[in-house]
Design a binder for this molecule. Structure first.
Ligand code: NAD
Length: 357
């Protein structure tokens, strides 16, 4: 296969972790006989520095013309001035919007080798393997908002709004994913209180019952889901929900495996390239110290191969290699629990060597 994968290293530790993911993609191309073009473009704070725009036109154009995009992270203290004209995060929000990336996929899986890093007891988290599908371009973050004077000072509002079409398309993404996994789909809403959730529930149920009758389907209220996630996370396979609920629940769930450095995510649309990235930020405290864990970005590259290029065997090869490296006891500092650790580059070396062997 010939494919163009645009790399957006970004800021902070972004370039360090993307460098290791690039090596892994090159190793996959060599082993399986593919040709990957891997051009790099600026985004975020460094793009503000070089051309005053966190998403330069040439970056956006390159992404549009690619098969998929792999991003490191953006942001950092250098660009935190609240009075600045623009911010690194604006580049990220814009690229999601421009590429129509309405579904955010976040696999949350615990690794047996790292169960002691979880803040929860081993017997609760062991075997957790959830795929969250969060709606990303609608809901309360994009509804009408405003402020007006009030007898007590001011009042402010944000409207949570979803259309049938927005719900249908994200539920379909989740249902397709459930079919390729354990066949279970949970939709999370607040239908006992919110009208928008009642529409969500009605539409989700219709889509699943008519188009995916083979799935085991249930609905859970968001407040109950917050509890279930830390009391019985193993019971869930694919979870689909709106933007606000997904934002909160995925952060809660990201604590289950015990390290941010291991969690990838993908944002996809109906057509065009998807955007793949680690869930962590630019970790300014680690920059240039060879301490960042590159595995989340390497696992994001695996997701990219599976999701955007349909290369399941290649994706699995990366995931199995990461698993073997962890099983052999290799750890970066964030997951070493105070024990011996290796650096960013050495972790990349081990994954590349594992893929070549
Ligand atoms: P962060 O994820 O960068 O860091 C949180 C903690 O996790 C830090 O202690 C950091 O050292 C550690 N950490 C993060 N990634 C790690 C890795 N790969 N290996 C080992 N340890 C790791 O979050 P933050 O400190 O809240 O934010 C720092 C900057 O990143 C901010 O400017 C923020 O806006 C930005 N940010 C960007 C994204 C993104 O690009 N998608 C996401 C979150 C935060």
């Amino acid at each position: 296969m010939n494919a163009t994968i645009v790399l957006l290293p970004g800021d902070g530790i972004g370039p360090e972790v993307v460098k290791q993911a690039r090596r892994v993609l090159e190793a996959i191309a060599a082993r399986f006989g593919h040709k990957f073009e891997l051009p790099e473009y600026p985004i975020g704070g460094n793009a503000i520095d070089s051309c005053g725009n966190p998403l330069p036109d040439e970056t956006l154009e390159a992404c549009r013309n690619s098969h998929a995009v792999l991003l490191g992270a953006v942001g950092g203290p250098k660009w935190d001035d609240p009075s600045a004209k623009t911010r690194p995060e604006a580049g990220l929000l814009r690229i999601r919007r421009e590429l129509g990336l309405f579904a955010n996929l976040r696999p949350t899986k615990t690794w047996d080798e790292l169960l002691d890093a979880s803040p929860l007891r081993r017997e609760i988290v062991q075997g957790t393997d959830i795929l969250f599908v969060r709606e990303l371009t609608g809901g309360i973050y994009f509804g009408e908002s405003g402020r007006k004077p009030h007898a007590s000072g001011e009042e402010a509002w944000n409207v949570m709004i979803y259309s049938t079409g927005e719900i249908e398309r994200v539920v379909r993404v989740a249902a397709e994913a459930a079919r390729k996994r354990r066949g279970k789909l949970t939709s999370v809403d607040k239908a006992n209180v919110l009208e928008v959730s009642r529409l969500w529930r009605q539409v989700a149920e219709r889509v699943v019952k008519t188009e995916f009758p083979d799935l085991e389907y249930n609905v859970v209220l968001v407040d109950a889901m917050a509890m279930h996630l830390i009391s019985r996370p193993r019971d869930f396979d694919v979870v689909v929900t709106g933007n606000l609920f997904g934002d909160i629940l995925t952060d809660e769930a990201s604590m289950l495996p015990g390290s941010l450095g291991l969690l990838p995510s993908a944002s996809i649309g109906s057509t065009g390239p998807g955007l793949f990235e680690p869930i962590h930020g630019s970790a300014p405290d680690l920059v240039g110290k060879n301490l960042a864990n590159p595995l989340a970005t390497i696992l994001a590259a695996a997701m990219l191969l599976r999701q955007s290029l349909n290369l399941e065997t290649e994706a699995k090869a990366i995931e199995d290699t990461v698993s073997r490296v962890l099983k052999a006891g290799h750890r970066t500092k964030d997951i070493a629990g105070g024990g011996p650790s290796i650096g960013t580059t050495q972790m990349g070396d081990l994954v590349v060597a594992g893929l070549n062997s």
